[in-house]
Design a protein around this ligand. Sequence first.
Ligand SMILES: [Fe+2]
Ligand SMILES: [Fe+2]
Length: 168
Amino acid sequence: MISKKLNEEFNKQIMYEYYSAHLYLAMAAWAQDHDFPGLAHFMIMQGDEERIHAMKFFDYVVETAGSVEILGLDTPEFEAESMLDIFVDAYKHEQFVTSRIHFLMNLAHEEKDYAAVSFLTWFVDEQVEEEATFDALIKSVRMIGDNGNGLYQIDKELGSRAPATAEA
Ligand SMILES: [Fe+2]
Ligand SMILES: [Fe+2]
């Protein structure tokens, strides 16, 4: 059974994962406004993945006889004048989520809740991937700079991202 404290923090995490989806959807809207349809598609897929993360926490709380509470979401905040700004902000946000996952992992260890430790291990690994994805995109877009042809090409590549699955 999940402890009251961990249950509360997992409920907050459900909110943070939905907030991530919300943020990436706002970035997709920005991308549409700035004629980057591929980036918009990429961010919508990214948002779908975050909703899958939220539901993993939802299911875990239910399975461990906890009680899910759905909390409200803030309006997504980011400032972007370019595709690079979007990826920099997304990277910063993923670093924040990583710190949240590590906080939850510390709590699970303190409580000697090994089921929670095992569950959270997937998220520790996932966050390494999430940060690596945006870090790689920042590097690519920095290299391209203001080159219109390069931006067109990368937008096309971003548009080919496959739909999110529970494993990824
Ligand atoms: Fe996530
Ligand atoms: Fe993420």
